[in-house]
Design a protein around this ligand. Structure first.
Ligand SMILES: Nc1ncnc2c1ncn2[C@@H]1O[C@H](COP(=O)(O)OP(=O)(O)OP(=O)(O)O)[C@@H](O)[C@H]1O
Length: 597
């Protein structure tokens, strides 16, 4: 039974594709009005292309786009201009539509890099208004309110154009699927869920967003060009925001952030609109109700709900004990000479009147676990943020293997310094294995085109990455959970996964901020094993912890910070009995004494 239900989506997809391929023959055989029915399905396919584009931007990229109807309009203008005014063939019109959509998206993204989700949405809304109003007013170029007419796919019959549209829908779906399942897509989802965590793994949020939004824009332009060729005209009404309702409803009913959701959603909406065509004036009302119902009953949409159900989920495997070692491919190269792996000299960071870090010196060697301890609010995390450039220092310098650290947090990982945050920053909507693969992104050398075309470079790296990811999960005892959503793990497993994900970036310096908080004894033992494994592999591990017993057990060197300054540093035995340390832990001297054998 389980096998049948798991195969159901593939079977339904094959049946749907067969029906779409045979559709002109079916309608030709059964109806005198075959042109009308072919047109409806072709329009739905074009809507699905636009909805996939919206899905890429919003669902996978986490960017609220209110400009997709505007992009569609622009694509239509591009096609209209080339085909009607320049007399170019229809495929040149399509290329123009794609290019215009991509360029406008990239431009809008670049002027709104710092905008948060809602503000970005408002900027795209403004861009949409400008395109629509520009279309109305710039008559020489756009034909004003009447638009451009007579846009025909010269040389193609209606049936042939139907197949062109179908081919572009399949192509758009493949672009989406190949992108989403590659390191490029995983990087986009990482930025969507936590730009800081993505940056800490060397993924540059701005570039990633620009790339995904431009590709989405290109696909929206494609939809616009196809739409203009299908209708034979393009005018500013196409860009009006209420036209976007169909795409939003389709996306949410089908399932935002799923591969098949946009197509299924649009198919359902197209069917609904056809069924109520005799009551067309209620269409908007009915679509509104459908959207509300979908949000309340199946917020993940049909495809998302199926995927999360026991039918759609991959079966769990048995939990396994930690086994094996670190894969060779993630081991760091030998350190260059006898320089510290990471060094902070005279670090100062003030927040207004608060001296969070006030002249900290710290030096971490390769092949050691270096603990940073201190009371709450003593400046440990701020020190780490200075070392990894998440905070720009007020004074002092940061050196990585003797060289000045890069200026931006997303650039520091390229020097081999990877950080795990105090507050969990997992990509919860991705699988456990995908989280690990996201960590590996900075070591992958293929771009979006290689991913979309699945070139050999992509396939080789993808295969190697998956094998390495599974080996890392096995080392951490998480292999049995590889295919589950990361959000479904226990707190302790999530913390271990974050450490594994960081290790997948191939770090030379690994900084773990309070990784043991909330872990069970077994999980702490697994974490200790990981830390020792990293050290034995030659990594410099920095461990910020409150669990003194764990620190004393695992660390080779310890720096103690209080009120933003270093009060002691050295081997655990030296630090344990240091008077200043006992003083700093006053009120909890038991923390230190507990650790004394
Ligand atoms: N972004 C910020 N803005 C203002 N003050 C801050 C900021 N970050 C930290 N601080 C302050 O700086 C001081 C040091 O904080 P920090 O988080 O570095 O300490 P910590 O030793 O890591 O504490 P804990 O063990 O509780 O995590 C605290 O007084 C804190 O309130």
């Amino acid at each position: 039974m389980d096998t049948i239900t798991r195969r159901l989506p593939a079977v339904l997809t094959a049946v749907a594709l067969a029906v779409l391929l045979a559709w002109p023959s079916i309608t030709g055989f059964y109806s005198y009005n075959d042109g009308y029915y072919n047109g409806i399905v072709a329009s739905a396919c074009i809507s699905a292309v636009l909805t996939i584009s919206l899905n890429l931007a919003m669902g996978y990229g986490g960017m609220l786009s209110m400009m997709h109807t505007g992009l569609q309009l622009l694509g239509g203008y591009g096609a209209g201009h080339l085909v009607v005014k320049a007399g170019a063939p229809w495929y040149a019109g399509i290329a123009a539509g794609v290019a215009l959509g991509a360029v406008l998206s990239a431009a809008v993204l670049l002027i709104s890099l710092r905008a948060t989700y809602l503000y970005f949405g408002m900027i795209t809304l403004a861009a949409n208004l400008i395109v629509v109003e520009g279309g109305k007013e710039w008559e020489d170029l756009t034909g004003g309110l009447n638009g451009i007419v007579g846009i025909a796919p010269g040389g193609l019959s209606k049936t042939a154009f139907y197949y062109v549209v179908l081919a572009f829908l399949v192509l758009t779906y493949i672009v989406q699927r190949n992108l989403v399942r590659s390191g490029v897509g995983r990087a986009a989802m990482a930025v969507r869920e936590s730009p800081d965590a993505a940056a800490a793994m060397g993924i540059r949020p701005a570039t990633t967003k620009a790339l995904v939004f431009s590709i989405a824009g290109g696909l929206a332009g494609l939809a616009g060009a196809l739409y203009a060729l299908q209708l034979g005209f393009i005018n500013p009404d196409v860009g009006l925001l209420d036209n976007g309702l169909v795409f939003f409803v389709g996306l949410f009913v089908g399932g935002i952030g799923t591969l098949a959701g946009p197509i299924l959603g649009v198919a359902l909406i197209a069917l609904l609109v056809e069924l109520i065509k005799d009551h067309a004036r209620y269409t908007t009302l009915i679509l509104g109700v459908a959207l509300l119902a979908a949000m309340m009953v199946i917020p993940r949409g049909v495809v998302g709900t199926w995927g999360a159900s026991r039918f759609g989920r991959r079966p769990d495997r048995e939990d396994t004990d930690p086994a094996g070692g670190l894969p060779d491919s993630v081991l760091p190269p030998p350190p260059p000479g006898d320089v510290p792996a990471l060094e902070g000299r005279g670090l100062v960071k003030h927040f207004g009147g608060v001296k969070a870090v006030d002249g900290v010196d710290i030096s971490v060697g390769s092949g050691t676990v270096h603990g940073i301890i201190g009371p709450n609010g003593s400046g440990k995390s701020t020190t780490v943020s200075c070392l990894t450039r998440f905070h720009q220092v007020d004074d002092g310098e940061v050196l990585v293997f003797g060289e000045t650290a890069a200026r931006h947090p997303w650039a520091v990982p390229s020097q081999g310094v990877i950080r795990v945050f105090q507050i969990p920053h997992l990509f919860e909507q991705q699988s456990v294995l995908d989280n690990v693969l996201t960590g590996r992104r900075r070591r992958e050398s293929y771009g979006w085109l290689a991913a979309v075309l699945r070139l050999p470079a992509y396939r080789r790296q993808d295969r190697a990455g998956r094998a390495e990811g599974r080996a890392l999960l096995e080392f951490a005892g998480l292999a049995g959970r590889a295919d589950r959503l990361a959000g479904s793990l226990s707190h302790g497993q999530k913390r271990l996964l974050e450490v594994v994900r960081a290790a997948a970036s191939g770090p030379r310096v690994l900084i773990l901020d309070e990784p043991a908080t909330g872990l069970t004894r077994t999980e702490i033992a697994a974490l200790a094993r990981l830390c020792r494994g990293f050290r034995d592999a030659g990594l410099a591990v920095v461990l910020i912890e409150h669990n003194v017993e764990f620190v004393m057990d695992v660390c080779d060197q310890i720096t103690v910070i209080d009120s933003g300054t270093v009060i002691a540093s050295g081997a655990p035995d030296h630090v344990r009995g240091h008077p200043a340390v006992l003083e700093a832990y006053l009120g909890r001297p038991d923390l230190v004494e507990e650790a004394t054998p």
